[in-house]
Ligand binder design. Structure first.
Ligand code: ADE
Length: 417
């Protein structure tokens, strides 16, 4: 088995972390048991480019139990948990190409190693695998039945490819399942972003002015948690509907130009570039802490920040001080996603549902690829609600069902006032 990891000696602690996460992933465990019995992925090769965390390890175990041959590479150079990578190789016999802190060349070397197995299915978080296959390894596309995509940013890239008619195989947008974005994006990002900020700074949130750029599901979750910790939250938005929603949710809405002057913290979760730019750094409040929790490290213009700084000092892990004029601003995790670089990503409880979608997305492709077009698809609603039902069962929460009379009422149109 081929692999490239930091050290195989880290496996013992990685295994404990994987097992700890698994205790809070009952839906994925359930699917793993079914996969073990039915082997729906027998003979299928899967290349996965995901954050190498203990939660992802449990997805890889599930795919392997389903009969798949899998290779995992990292979807971000800073998010790899090296002990988890070691345990996947040593204890679970899964090929991993991932080392935390790897440079850009090494990152793509790993990605190429992952696709060298000539996959039938790709699994992406950010669409780097699919993008590389389409740009550089078109020769491998003929074997591919379909792919899955984990995150909003990746889905946006893939929809752009489909619109330009360059996408060569169908892709399941896992992100677009309710059991993904309503939980992972909102509660997962909300908690893990605060976790990353706290681990890097140990600053008090209560009483601070905390700006969240972007009021999508990730922004909503982050704003909700910052408010819950006592911050005075500001939202910046470009979409008038989301801006209005933020206003009616009780947040102050303003332009970044104004928000940056008073903020103690600014977090970007927009999916777009240069949301915090040169002119913002200039007018920022002294001591402002800035972080990005969007997928790519493009939301904060770190190049401009480096260029305009008179002095750059590493203060502690993932916390860098930039002297801009007479002021200091503090950048977390070099502008890479703070929740996975400074903390451990979303808790297992929500990744349980995201990765249940991934596992069932793979089997959906196998059953349906012949009738799917070269397009981006959502998983059917019955798969989505089946995941929610399993989660509810695991939580021992009972809920109502429609009576026959209520069902009939909902499908009738004659009864009115
Ligand atoms: N994305 C966000 N959190 C994650 C986690 N814990 N594992 C894998 N991918 C993630």
């Amino acid at each position: 088995m081929k692999y490239d990891i930091k050290s195989i000696k880290l496996a013992a602690s990685g295994k404990k972390r994987i097992e700890w996460a698994d205790r809070d992933m009952p839906v994925l465990r359930d699917i793993r048991e079914e996969f073990k019995k039915n082997k729906p992925l027998k003979g299928i090769r899967i290349s996965a480019c995901l954050h190498v965390t203990s939660e992802t390890a449990n997805l890889m175990r599930t795919l392997k139990e389903g009969g798949a041959e899998t290779v995992l590479c990292a979807s971000n150079p800073l998010s790899t948990q090296d002990e988890v990578a070691a345990s996947l190789v040593k204890d679970y016999g899964i090929s991993v190409f991932a080392i935390t802190g790897i440079n850009n060349k090494g990152y793509y070397k790993h990605l190429n190693a992952a696709i060298s197995i000539e996959p039938h299915i790709t699994m992406d978080d950010g669409a780097d695998l699919i993008s590389t296959l389409h740009k550089k390894r078109k020769d491998l596309i003929k074997n591919i039945l379909g792919g899955t995509e984990e995150t909003t940013t990746g889905v946006i890239r893939l929809k752009a490819m489909a619109a330009k008619k360059v996408l060569e195989f169908p892709v399941i947008a896992v992100n677009d399942s309710y059991t993904k974005y309503l939980f992972d994006n909102r509660y997962g990002t909300g908690q893990s972003t605060m976790d990353g900020i706290l681990r890097s700074t140990n600053r008090l949130i209560a009483g601070s002015v905390f700006t969240v750029a972007g009021y999508g599901w990730c922004g909503k979750g982050t704003a909700m948690r910052a408010k819950g910790m006592g911050a005075n939250v500001i939202i910046t938005e470009v979409d008038p509907i989301k801006a209005l929603e933020a206003h009616m949710d009780g947040f102050r809405v303003m332009k970044m130009n104004d928000a940056c002057k008073t903020s103690d913290f600014i977090v970007t979760v927009t999916g777009d570039i240069n949301v915090i730019d040169k002119h913002h750094f200039k007018s920022m409040k002294d001591g402002c802490i800035i972080a990005n929790s969007g997928h790519f490290d493009v939301e904060i213009n770190t190049k401009a920040l480096k260029k305009m700084s008179k002095k750059i000092t590493e203060i502690r892990d993932n916390l860098t001080e930039y002297m801009v004029g007479k002021k200091n601003v503090y950048l977390l995790a070099n502008g890479r996603l703070v929740n996975l670089s400074s903390a451990e990503g979303h808790p297992a409880c929500v990744m349980d549902m995201s990765f249940a979608n991934q596992a069932l997305g793979a089997t959906y492709i196998l059953k349906n690829y012949k009738k799917m077009k070269k397009d981006v698809y959502k998983l059917p609603d019955n798969v989505d609600s089946n995941i929610a039902k399993r989660k509810m069962r695991s939580l021992s929460i009972k809920f109502d069902t429609l009576t026959p009379e209520q069902k009939e009422y909902l499908s009738s149109w004659q009864i009115g006032t």
